[in-house]
Design a protein around this ligand. Sequence first.
Ligand SMILES: [Zn+2]
Ligand SMILES: [Zn+2]
Length: 231
Amino acid sequence: MNFIGFIFPPRCAVCRKVLPQGAEAELCSDCEKELPRITGPRCRICGRPMNGSFAMPWCADCAKGRPFERCFVPFRYKGAVRRLIVGAKYYGHPGRCRFLAGEIAAALGDFRPDAITYVPQSRSTDRSRGYNQTRLIARELGKRLNVPVRGVLRRKAGGLHQVGLTEARRKLNAKKLYLPGKERLSGTWLLVDDVTTTGATLDACCRILKGMGCERVFAAAAAVRMKGDTD
Ligand SMILES: [Zn+2]
Ligand SMILES: [Zn+2]
């Protein structure tokens, strides 16, 4: 073990347990086993788990139409993933974003956008946290895919946070919260968020991207929060 490895041994991104020497993984094997991966039937458009045995290809929300072609999402927002995301957001462990980006990259399969962007935070949130977790996830994803990452959306200062609002309020709020940048865009874009709940934020941002000129817009989130998943 080298000196740095001795002083700062690699630790599990969820539970902080010291990882075995030379481990490639960001998580220990216990946390890895506990990951709430989405398995089983899911909506082919938004990626949310669906119950019911009759196989509708998409959920009721997507049947009404979405501004994105598809949303890629590897996890439910609970257990180890919730701890990982809450930890990255509020306790300043940006290294955890590498793991989440790797999992999103795996969910994308062969899909490659021309460019990646992310859901913006307000400047005051950026300042208090020192970084924007969603931007970091997007940047890590861009590095892995070798695709440029650009911040092309803006968020109004002082808007209501989506967390804690009802579904109808979320839709209204999201529409007012995000604004287009000045430039014209083209090609296929991927919008990244950390957690999606109703999809209202993804809808609002993807509509804006299309209005800015993108021909096709896809979305990706590290986790989807379903009813009953704790906040
Ligand atoms: Zn662990
Ligand atoms: Zn859906």
